[in-house]
Design a protein around this ligand. Sequence first.
Ligand code: RFL
Ligand code: PHB
Length: 391
Amino acid sequence: MHAQVGIVGAGPAGLILSHLLHRAGIESVIVEARSRAYCEGRIRAGVLEHGSVDLLNATGLGERMTREGLVHRGIYLRFGGRSHHIDFAELTGKTIMVYGQHEVVKDVIAARLAAGGTILFDSSDVSIERFDTAQPSIRFRDANGEAQRLSCDFIAGCDGFHGVCRPSVPAGELTFFDRIYPFAWLGILADAPPVCDELIYSHTDRGFALFSQRSPAVQRYYLQCTPDEDIDEWSDTRIWHELQARLQGEDPPELIEGVITQKGVTAMRSFVTEPMQYGRLFLAGDSAHIVPPTGAKGMNLAIADVAALSAGLERYYRDGSMSLLDGYSAHVLNRVWRAERFSWWMTSMLHRFDDQSAFDRKLQLSELEYITSSHAGSQSLAENYVGFAMT
Ligand code: RFL
Ligand code: PHB
């Protein structure tokens, strides 16, 4: 098999890259380890930045999102028992879209298949080779267990944090920067009405909680928990009790309980790979960087990476110039580090740290008070949250 671009991974990064390349007349093949049902059912992110929404709309992927997604003009920060609104629309002129990542994934898979694109689901033993030459290739077993080799001009490593592409680069060629946080998030999906018209990020003495949404009838909630939390210890009753407790105070929003349909624990880390290129291998999305979910940046970074990567590949196939591709890593890392800083900052400000002193706790509250009462403070949060223009 041959393709101009071989893509490993059918998450948001790999799928949207394949879609953008197709629109530019460049053919790609995606090699994916999991089944289509698994990719379409994986519950993860929920917030799209303004620029991600624009890109999906401009490239013909926005039809269902526009119909079913929830446009939010801000968020609430809740601390000291009170909610404080940050109005993104007023502060930045921009809004965000609440639309599940798996819905984006479903929409892009449908668009790729309708356009005759190739996504090789259920592949196994995936490995990449010769990416330090002009003829790299991807080896794998197809869904029938047959050994295959896909030769290509470039490989896009879009295979997430646990993928094979990043670890295939020879030792010493890449530098990694990381931080592990001493807590995790227990996330649930519930059939219930929303607690509020926008997201609530809640700082409490019992730990952080996030009240997000998926649709008028389905809500997505998270509770700060320990990294080794045993999900079996969390009965539905205990989860609802803890969510209620993390909304208490003045004017507590009314949390209406419902049926919990999904539960999971997510570890929290910050991680960056530099550079995001080695020879003809380009890393994009979670394969190159991870942010803790507090800033809602992961899927948005994946989308911004592949927008830049597809522009570089388009330039190459149009006039043979590697100029944009050679600048890819430096270009996207600027945005990546901004998102890393923002996500680390939101995480540090909102969570309970076990080793935190009473002084540290007072500083968190003072920072929240500053952010919610100062125009400059709330504007800084707002411009980072809605995201920066894709250039
Ligand atoms: P993905 O989505 O992990 O996709 C990688 C794909 O590669 C496949 N794969 C392989 N395929 C072939 N061979 C191999 N050896 C392979 N190894 C892996 C996998 O099966 C998979 O299909 O990475 P991608 O495309 O870079 O997308 C990144 C996003 O998924 C991630 O950043 C976000 O989900 C992070 N995130 C959030 N991001 C946001 O922008 N806004 C949010 O509100 C938000 N909330 C979240 C989040 C992530 C969370 N979790 C569960 C980590 C909330 C949570 C709880
Ligand atoms: C979500 O809806 O899953 C979500 C929203 C905001 C975040 C993280 C996750 O910061």
